[in-house]
Ligand binder design. Structure first.
Ligand code: ATP
Length: 438
């Protein structure tokens, strides 16, 4: 059904990449530094818990079971629940202290929250010197293969590639059966699009759909989700762009065609701090189950974050081109290396430094110009050397030149629907069961 609805109907490419991923890939994507959850420890036994889960359980239990709490307190706890995903480590720690939350099993005091990386680490090859990780998402395999996928698509945008496979996350507290496990099936689509042209040719097919949406503003002001027409949400800027809206609509059609009850399905926008480190706007398809509203599909506009990050770390430009019908005359910043000075400073490495300087794009050249003018020196990462070098004012000349441009080169943006297959199956099972019971 997934392949029929998305891969075949949308003419997507499909890939199957390895689960074991070299560290360099996940370092570039930001996962090594930022793919974390906040954890607290029982100060006596060392047992670990997810800090936001403890606070969530505390608030839910108080609201549902404590008949003595005032309306004011209940409203405060509901607000905490609405803002839960937005809280920093310090704010979470302060709330845990304020409410006197202790370790659920022993009632011992808890440590302050601290970040815990969710990836399983391993080493690749017999030397043990090449670190790697079990992939926490399937998306990165698609990004590192972007050049080939773009080529297979005739060097044209937009296009999409999908991957269905296992993902691994060292969850702090796996629970709720299929809903939070350490190894699960993920189906991800990466739709590559021109960042300056995020409209979608088939958008009109979904624009009239109307379903439960829960924008950021409604969550902050403690309102509930309400029915909104997708076209209206896009035109009012509630949903960032047409392509993101198109995929929200397609995910709605997919889930309801599978048998998910449309009254128990809502699209919730991420709060500003909740968004993953790569996202520009993100909506979760949440399905109501006996465990409450569960995120089953995440639909993110990842902007050009991933391709930029891999380009920067690998030195391989993951870019697309748009040919102009007529060449354009443009003013460009041109970096001319002063080879004598570079030779004195870098000796045998001079050629690699010169190549890296010449490969700089307009934005990097501008940044370098600004830094050289203010500080007189700039740290510059040379991929082929794998290290930073210090460039001084006398080593380069940066000037504006008139040039004829025949094409535009840019880094595509990515719209990504990401499906947790186990969670969808679980909710589907519950919904069909409820449907039969009615
Ligand atoms: N531990 C897990 N077990 C089962 N499915 C998962 C798990 N973590 C994520 N998923 C599924 O993978 C999809 C995409 O992952 P994503 O990174 O968006 O999740 P997430 O926001 O980290 O999830 P959560 O906030 O629940 O931890 C989710 O929508 C969900 O359906």
């Amino acid at each position: 059904m997934f392949c029929q609805h998305f891969v075949l109907e949308e003419n997507m490419l499909e890939v199957d990449c390895p689960c074991v991923t070299p560290e360099a890939v996940l370092k570039a994507s930001g996962h090594v530094d930022k793919f974390t959850d906040l954890m607290v420890k029982d100060e006596k036994t060392g047992t670990c818990y997810r800090a936001d889960h403890l606070l969530k359980d505390f608030c839910n239990e108080k609201i549902q079971k404590d008949l003595s709490i005032s309306a004011e307190k209940a409203a405060e706890l509901k607000h905490v629940l609405a803002m839960l995903d937005d809280l920093s480590a310090e704010e979470l720690g302060a709330k845990i202290k304020e409410y006197g939350i202790t370790a659920p099993d022993t009632k011992n005091p808890l440590s302050d929250p601290y970040p815990f990386n969710l990836m399983f680490q391993t080493s690749i090859g017999p030397s043990g010197l090449s670190p790697g990780y079990m992939r926490p998402e399937t998306a990165q395999g698609i990004f590192v293969n972007f050049k080939d996928l773009y080529y297979y698509n005739g060097n044209k945008l937009p296009f999409a590639a999908a991957q269905i496979g296992q993902a691994f996350r060292n969850e702090i507290s796996p629970r709720q059966g299929l809903l939070r496990v350490r190894e699960f099936t993920l189906a991800e689509i990466e739709h590559f699009v021109d960042p300056e042209y995020k409209s979608h040719p088939k958008y009109s097919e979904v624009a009239d759909l109307e379903f439960l949406m829960f924008p950021r503003e409604q969550q902050i002001s403690a309102q509930s989700a309400k029915k909104i027409q997708l076209g209206e949400a896009v035109s009012k800027g509630i949903v960032n762009n047409e392509t993101l809206g198109y995929f929200i609509g397609r995910v709605y059609l997919f889930l309801t065609r599978l048998g998910i009850d449309k009254d128990r399905l809502r699209f919730r926008q991420h709060l500003a701090n909740e968004m993953a480190h790569y996202a520009a706007d993100c909506w979760d398809a949440e399905i109501e189950s006996s465990y409450g509203w569960i995120e089953c599909v995440g639909i993110a506009d990842r902007s050009a974050y991933d391709l930029h990050a891999h380009t920067e770390k690998s030195g391989v430009p993951l870019v697309a081109h748009e040919k102009f019908s007529e060449p354009k005359e443009v003013e460009k910043l041109v970096i001319a290396p002063v080879k004598k000075e570079l030779g004195l400073a870098f000796k045998g490495n001079q050629k690699k430094v010169v190549e890296a300087l010449e490969a700089m794009n307009e934005k990097e050249a501008l940044d370098m110009k600004a830094s050289l003018e203010t500080k007189g020196v700039v740290e510059f990462y040379v991929c082929t050397l794998g290290e930073n070098v210090s460039i001084k004012k006398n080593m380069v000349s940066i000037s504006k030149e008139k040039k004829k441009e025949h094409q535009r080169t840019f880094t595509p943006s990515v719209i990504e629907p990401s499906f947790g297959i186990g969670r969808i199956i679980y909710c589907l099972y519950e919904h069909s069961f409820l449907h039969e019971a009615q």
